[in-house]
Design a protein around this ligand. Structure first.
Ligand code: F0G
Length: 472
């Protein structure tokens, strides 16, 4: 018999596993009990009751042996730690910013940035909101205005750069508010709430030109900028043979400042920074960090954490790493697309987003369809996901009305270097099962609503609880 010719050549991760952490699959009855106790909020589950944890890619990364070795080299000096200078060098080398202030995570950098730059009544345009970013802008007296392209709000639209800014929308905001009322334009690449969608280099360059005309600075949320650089390499003409590290450097070069949650791209469990080329902002941030985080050479982190981050940055821009990282997300998303399950297209960089409106057209948005879908997925298989819809969007600070985003999504977020292809298969099959049972799904009502970032701690019950109907 002739030897069969291979029809495909698979890729595999550029690492092998040296240490494992056991996980446990509970029974369906146990999971029903647990989700009820958690008020149908996956944030309120205990991690030991979760089988495959796709709540977030934030701080859930597996560190490499080199990062763990770096922990032993922590210089735990209060001031001037060796690891701080190593971190500074690497941020400067790969992201290109001149001045660095470490913070314990991304929102701490957002807090300091907002305090330093935003005044009462200011307008901050951006390519779709992020929960913590917008809240810090609002707490500082600013108002966020969305200037992302319309395609980003349509889960089925296949635009390759749904993170792009609509330049006409931005121009309109500048004309209406006046450039003096805009302390900066706030960009993110990739855009988390749009489904992990990238912004193109050409679009950022055009935003830069527009902002230059009015001397408006650009602040980049660089949390997943390496993933953004990878999409530019894959999708934007002229970048196909460039290294991701070089693309990242160019991308950041069109911005003045960045805030960073290093818990994502940079492959650590805790850490972040504010980095800038603006010396005045640096002086102010260096001052504020002492009030809220710690001295400017540790910003709420241990020396060992900064060393792990410095090393993680180098690993994060490696082309083989980023290809397999985004490739694993693509692998899960492809399964679901092949089974005609409604997800946000194109598949994002850090997560697959289920379109809860398309799953559950019978549940009105005011009964939290994405929240119900996340609960049902957990009950089916112990897979933990997260709501990214009306609950996450919260209330308008002035009218106190619930904001009703057009995207009503459940995020299956893939931690970096943590799960295998077999885990992805289990997840895909569970989503298929929940999709098959979609007609029986019921909505929820909120029984406890926290004042800030309500999605983290809100509690729910079945909307028709009095009738005894089941959510799953
Ligand atoms: N910006 C983006 C785009 C983020 O995704 C996050 C966090 C932050 C800022 C805030 O950073 O958590 O370190 O304070 N996102 C997490 C998530 C929580 O699950 O998407 P942080």
């Amino acid at each position: 018999m002739p030897f069969p010719k291979p029809t495909r050549r698979s890729w595999a991760e550029p690492w092998k596993i040296k240490m494992v952490e056991p996980i446990r699959l509970t029974t369906r009855a146990e999971r029903l009990e647990r989700i009820r106790e958690a008020g149908y909020n996956t944030f309120l589950l205990r991690s030991e009751d979760v089988y495959i944890d796709l709540l977030t890619d934030s701080g859930t990364n597996a560190m490499s042996d080199r990062q763990w070795a770096g922990l032993m080299l922590g210089d735990e000096a209060y001031a001037g730690s060796r690891n701080f200078y190593h971190l500074w060098e690497n941020i400067n080398h790969y992201y290109g910013y001149k001045y660095i202030v470490p913070t314990h995570q991304g929102r701490a950098a957002e807090h300091i940035l907002s305090k330093a730059l935003i005044h009462e009544g200011d307008i901050i345009p951006g390519n779709m909101y992020f929960t913590t970013t917008r809240l810090h802008q609002e707490l500082a007296g600013g108002t966020f205005v969305d200037v992302i392209i319309d395609e980003a709000h349509d889960p089925r639209n296949e635009h390759p750069f749904k993170g792009n800014v609509d330049l006409q929308k931005l121009q309109r905001v500048i004309d209406e508010a006046g450039p003096g009322k805009i302390p900066y334009v706030c960009l993110a690449g990739t855009v988390n709430m749009a489904g992990g969608q990238p912004q193109s280099m050409a679009n950022l360059r055009a935003v830069r030109e527009l902002c230059n005309r009015y001397s408006i600075p650009i602040v980049l949320d660089a949390t997943r900028a390496v993933e953004n650089a990878y999409f530019i390499q894959q999708r934007e003409p002229g970048y196909e043979s460039k290294k991701v590290a070089k693309i990242l450097e160019e991308y950041c070069s069109y911005t003045d400042t960045s805030t960073m949650s290093a818990k994502k791209d940079a492959l650590v469990n805790i850490g972040g920074w504010l980095a800038t080329n603006d010396e005045g902002l640096y002086q102010e941030a260096r001052n504020l960090v002492v009030v809220y985080e710690g001295l400017h050479t540790y910003g709420g982190l241990a020396g060992r954490d900064m060393e792990a981050m410095a090393r993680g940055i180098v690993e994060s821009v490696d082309d083989d790493h980023i290809r397999t990282r985004v490739g694993q997300v693509e692998y899960l998303g492809r399964h679901l697309i092949d089974w005609e399950i409604p997800i946000v297209r194109p598949i994002g960089g850090h997560a697959v987003f289920l379109d809860a409106r398309a799953f559950y057209p019978q549940i009105p948005q005011t009964q939290y369809p994405a929240q119900a879908l996340a609960a049902n997925l957990y009950v089916d298989s112990g897979v933990r996901s997260m709501e990214r819809g009306i609950v996450s969007a919260g209330r308008d600070p002035k009218s106190h009305e619930e904001r009703k985003p057009s995207l009503e999504l459940v995020r299956l977020t893939i931690p970096r270097r943590v799960y295998t292809q077999a885990h992805m298969d289990v997840v895909a099959e569970s989503v298929l099962e929940v999709y098959a049972e979609r007609a029986q799904a019921r909505g929820l009502k909120m029984t406890y609503e926290p004042k800030y970032l309500r999605f983290f701690q809100a509690r729910f019950d079945l909307a028709d609880a009095a009738t005894g109907a089941k959510v799953a």
